[in-house]
Design a protein around this ligand. Structure first.
Ligand SMILES: Nc1nc2c(ncn2[C@@H]2O[C@H](COP(=O)(O)OP(=O)(O)OP(=O)(O)O)[C@@H](O)[C@H]2O)c(=O)[nH]1
Length: 340
């Protein structure tokens, strides 16, 4: 059975693979430097150790390049986890458990919380540790401690960046509609609440837009064309918005714009510009139109939700009046109330 690979998994795999590749190259470079330094000092054992680690990393590098990214990345990560578990065990065997845990535990704890301050703290800790051991340790050992510690810092930091980019991506997908990439209805509702909380500072306006006779586009041309029309309508509307404004996909073929601080004149002007942009653009080879309902809110929190209702009523009025038009809630309020 083929397992579905969602975009989050793909992003994670790609980022892990890149991190693994960088860390391999970094580690190999480090082993070359250490090997040369040890050779110069005639420390044959350490030279062999550097060559051994270099060879393991070279094998990892070849695996990363030769295997599928997901497999290579996974193997590299398990090897790294193995090293992180092995280090304290090795320390235990040497009777210096604390020394080795000091390498592994703080960075893990740090990076679980905040990557950037943790990075600064770890660099400071590395410099401090090297400075402390420098007076009574051969400098080659200081260099070894510093370099292996920087490998750990690099690994933890890139891993933390991976987590950050993954959560940014999750946030992006939870806010947006997958077909049009507009902000979705959930984000619209959240923004509405924010406007309600801030309503006492400022008024604002809401525009509800609906593609006219969209059902017949689906019926005549099929749902795939319907989807393409929705996408292109969204793209066209998006290019016409003022800076800082967002387009929401409110429902199937319905879109919304909300902004604070605007008066009715500005909202109507924007609505007319959006209507005209759709009317004058050929969308998937079709002439498409939209109807728009506009309402404004004042400085009472309850007036924001009321404005949304009023915009919906105004949209309904625009449909009844023949479509491809903008209607303002203020012009229709009395008549709408009478007809309810
Ligand atoms: N292709 C496609 N169709 C959708 C999507 N979401 C909703 N629809 C369709 O959009 C149509 C909306 O039709 P109606 O609400 O009846 O209105 P309309 O035909 O646009 O007519 P008016 O709004 O009165 O101008 C329905 O047939 C839905 O199935 C979508 O994401 N893709």
């Amino acid at each position: 059975m083929v397992q579905r690979r969602d975009s989050f998994t793909l992003l994670r795999e790609r980022t892990r693979w890149r991190i693994a590749l960088l860390m391999c190259l970094f580690g190999m470079g480090m082993m070359v430097v250490l090997g040369l330094l040890n050779a110069r000092d005639g420390r044959q054992d350490s030279v062999f150790l550097s060559i051994a680690v270099f060879s393991v990393l070279a094998v990892c590098l070849v695996m990363l390049l030769a295997l599928p990214r997901s497999t290579g990345g996974k193997i590299y990560f398990w090897i790294t986890i193995g090293v992180l578990v092995y280090l304290p065990l090795f320390g235990l065997q040497q009777g210096r458990t604390f020394h080795y845990w000091a390498y592994v535990l703080p960075p893990v704890l740090f990076f679980l919380m905040r990557p950037k301050p943790a990075l600064v703290a770890m660099i400071a800790f590395g410099i401090y540790a090297c400075a402390m051991v420098a007076p009574f340790t051969p400098w080659i050992d200081v260099a070894r401690i510093g370099l292996s510690y920087s490998l750990l810092v690099g690994f933890m930091y890139t891993y933390a960046l991976l987590e950050e980019s993954a959560s940014a991506m999750l946030r992006y997908y939870s806010e947006r509609d997958p077909l049009t990439n507009c902000l979705n209805r959930r984000t619209f509702n959240e923004t509405l609440q924010e406007f309600e909380q801030a309503a006492s500072d400022d008024g604002g306006a809401v525009l509800l837009m609906d593609v006219d006779r969209f059902k017949s586009i689906n019926d005549v041309h099929g749902h795939l064309v319907g989807d393409r029309v929705i996408t292109q309508v969204a793209a066209t509307l998006g290019t016409e918005l003022d800076t800082g404004m967002a387009l929401y996909r409110y429902g199937g073929e319905e879109f919304a714009v909300m902004f604070a601080g605007g008066d009715e004149a500005r909202a109507l002007q924007l609505a007319e510009r959006l209507r005209r942009a759709i009317e004058t653009t050929t969308i998937s080879g079709l002439q498409v139109t939209i109807s728009i309902g506009v309402a404004v809110w004042g400085t009472k929190a309850s007036s924001v939700a009321a404005a949304l209702d009023a915009a919906d009523n105004a949209l309904y009025a625009a449909k009844r009046a023949g479509r491809n038009r903008v209607e303002s809630a203020s012009a229709h309020a009395p008549r709408l109330q009478r007809s309810l």
